[in-house]
Write a protein that binds this ligand. Structure first.
Ligand SMILES: [Ca+2]
Length: 191
């Protein structure tokens, strides 16, 4: 006696290819009926499976940095401390070394506001980043007036998209601020 066996393709159970972490390395895997698709992770998220956030909460990925633009105001020192806390111990006022980062930042800034950034002048007039490095001479460096013009103005703020310049202000002034923190896989090792 014959027995016909019809195989209905649609009844074959789908294989969830996404259970294999090697299927979409660095991307988000979407299981489809009879197939699967690899999708780019949303901005700020990374592999595996786009579950890891590259940046601390409230920070956004801008180029290779994690950036937070405050709406609250603080003096220079408090702003830098706030950045450190928000960056889980690794944050500080942002250090802008190229104009491209500056341009990307200004997309998030309020047009009419100025923001503390991580540059200040020392007693001898030299300029230092808040991470302790001396200011790099080949880095982006556009001052409205000489940063040494007024000795009572020792902390740098950046202006918005109109002119892309830095201006020295009194460090006790209360301003909004721009923080940066390293991306998750780029954090300095402690100890
Ligand atoms: Ca599938």
């Amino acid at each position: 006696m014959f027995r016909f066996c019809f195989i209905n393709i649609s009844t074959i159970p789908d294989v969830n290819e996404c259970t294999d972490p090697g299927v979409c390395p660095g991307q988000h895997c979407v299981n489809l009926e009879g197939s699967f698709r690899c999708q780019d992770c949303p901005i700020g998220y990374s592999s595996p499976g786009c579950k890891d956030r590259d940046c601390p909460p409230q920070f956004q990925k801008v180029g290779t940095k994690c950036i937070y633009i405050s709406s609250a105001k603080a003096n220079f020192q408090d702003a830098n401390a706030k950045c450190r806390d928000l960056g889980k111990g690794f944050g500080h006022l942002t250090i802008i070394e190229d104009k491209l980062l500056y341009k990307r930042l200004t997309n998030q800034m309020a047009l009419e506001l100025n923001y503390w950034i991580g540059i200040r002048s020392e007693a001898d007039g030299s300029l230092k980043y808040v991470d302790g490095r001396p200011m790099q001479t080949n880095a982006y460096n556009e001052w409205e007036t000489s940063p040494k013009a007024n000795p009572s103005m020792q902390c740098a703020m950046m202006s918005g998209p109109k002119d892309f310049v830095w201006i020295m202000r009194n460090c006790d002034e209360s301003l909004p601020f721009a923080c940066e923190a390293p991306m998750k896989n780029n954090q300095p090792l402690i100890g």
